[in-house]
Design a protein around this ligand. Structure first.
Ligand SMILES: Cc1cc2nc3c(=O)[nH]c(=O)nc-3n(C[C@H](O)[C@H](O)[C@H](O)COP(=O)(O)OP(=O)(O)OC[C@H]3O[C@@H](n4cnc5c(N)ncnc54)[C@H](O)[C@@H]3O)c2cc1C
Length: 433
């Protein structure tokens, strides 16, 4: 027996067996055997979800032998990639092919199917989450059958299977619709919260990618604007020393130290946030898109993130600020605010709705439960939909109200996994047993 643990350290599970299939046939064999024996199987990506969505009940299936790009269609800008491929391998491979994901999140540690299964997103008011790039996939369903789902075969299942929470089966490969590789010019700078909130919708619309980090207990933010530039743009990547200083020493080593100090003496958080918000000074650089999007995160934390309708972003932040100021909580991590466009995936937080995403974090050695509960109460008043991979307490009854196609998804699950081979307590909670 081994212990499965997620990156944030807030979820653990005892695992009977770890299975590492090396082919589609081996996945089919494992699922067929599990179905015959009545055992539960859980496909695990990089375990970067903060919820127990990837927690195995009996056996975990690791797809680290199913990695790499297996087909390239340059004419259509599509690649077929094995499900266990980590983004840190996929992104440079795509770049060498002259292709890129249209948008990415903050890190590249996730596997491609781990990321898409929970609705991982980046920022960009005109851009959708990562799962929207999937145009086809291969799925091994509860009885061990293999199913191709794309525009030609089983197309009716695409809106469920592209973002399936790991509830419909084991995905062995996905076909991604990509865009030509592009470079981004990044502009990052500290700005006062009030001034940013006053123009936040303009900023979201004017920039291909806009996000802000607000430091609780202060009126300071760090804003990030990333826009596409052509090959003639004179901008350069950050020099190695600056990348090392900002992204390694300040954002990780110093930030870890700060968090340890705040854990020891929480009341220092407000003063410390003043320092943190100043430590990351203004900077500009230009680089390949994936190098701009993804940074290193070595300071462990837990996180809750909700999608709210774009129009709610300012009221939500104002309510959160009022709560922080009156709560007595000490919060050393910034609040992250991002934007994304509506899509048509049934369980996407952006289903039929343009969103702002508000994310709250707590250092892993500190208790975030009171903060997360207060945040959850605030976003509940705005039809907030929780990120499937980040801490939340909602169950099927509330989620059914938030997702118009919820019952359609459950019907697909009943069809593809009637015996719940792929279920776990988290899925039982959010989808029903
Ligand atoms: C430091 C950090 C930064 C983050 N930044 C962002 C961000 O910028 N934006 C954002 O939206 N999220 C972000 N997240 C959340 C993260 O992207 C998601 O939780 C993502 O799902 C994790 O991917 P994973 O590979 O670790 O998958 P896991 O957490 O291991 O699994 C997630 C789900 O995918 C399923 N799954 C995995 N592989 C398969 C398969 N082959 N077939 C079927 N199901 C499968 C699992 O069963 C599970 O249901 C961040 C998380 C961390 C820890």
């Amino acid at each position: 027996m081994t212990t499965w643990r997620n990156w944030g350290g807030n979820q653990t599970a005892e695992v009977d067996r770890t299975l590492s299939p090396g082919s589609l046939e081996e996945v089919v064999g494992l699922v067929t055997q599990a179905a015959a024996d009545g055992r539960r199987l859980k496909a695990v990506g990089s375990s970067h979800s903060f919820t127990a969505i990837a927690a195995p009940v009996q056996d975990q299936v690791r797809l680290d032998r199913l990695t790499g790009v297996i087909d390239v269609d340059q004419d259509r800008g599509r690649v077929r990639v094995l499900a266990g491929t980590p983004l840190y391998e996929l992104n440079p491979t795509l770049d060498r092919l002259g292709l890129a994901m249209p948008n990415l999140g903050d890190i590249d540690r996730q596997t491609i199917v781990g990321a898409t299964s929970t609705g991982t997103h980046g920022t960009g008011a005109g851009l959708q989450g990562l799962a929207a790039s999937i145009v086809g996939l291969t799925l091994v369903t509860g009885d061990g059958s293999t199913m191709r789902i794309d525009e030609r075969e089983n197309a009716d299942l695409l809106p469920a299977a592209r973002l399936g929470l790991g509830a419909l089966g084991i995905v062995t490969d996905v076909t991604l619709q990509l865009v030509p590789a592009f470079r981004l010019h990044a502009v990052e700078r500290p700005e006062p919260l009030a001034a940013v909130l006053e123009r936040v919708h303009e900023l979201a619309d004017e920039n291909r990618h806009f996000e802000l980090y607000w430091f609780p207990h202060t009126d300071r933010t760090l804003t990030k604007r990333n826009n596409v530039v052509d090959a003639l743009h004179p901008g350069r990547p950050l020099p190695r020393w600056r990348e090392e200083l900002d992204d390694h020493l300040l954002s990780n080593v110093l930030f870890e130290g700060i968090n340890r100090v705040v854990t020891w003496r929480p009341s220092l958080a407000p003063r410390v946030n003043q320092v943190s918000s100043r430590a990351l000074s203004a900077r500009e650089f230009t680089d390949a898109s994936y190098r701009v999007f993804c940074t290193q995160r070595t300071v462990r934390f837990t996180e809750s993130e909700y999608a709210v309708p774009r129009a709610s972003v300012v009221p939500v932040l104002e309510a959160l600020r009022a709560w922080v100021d009156s709560s007595g909580e000490n919060l050393p991590f910034p609040v992250e605010v991002r934007f994304a466009a509506a899509d048509d995936l049934w369980l996407s937080t952006a289903y039929a709705r343009d969103n702002a995403y508000v994310a709250v974090h707590q250092y892993h050695r500190m208790d975030g439960s009171r903060y997360f509960a207060a945040f959850e109460a605030i976003v509940a008043e705005h039809g907030g939909r929780p990120h499937w991979g980040k801490v939340h307490t909602l169950g099927a009854d509330r989620l059914r109200e938030l997702y118009p196609r919820f019952d359609d998804f459950v019907a697909v699950r009943d069809r593809l996994d009637p015996n719940r081979t792929f279920s776990n307590p988290y899925l039982d909670r959010v989808l029903g047993a």
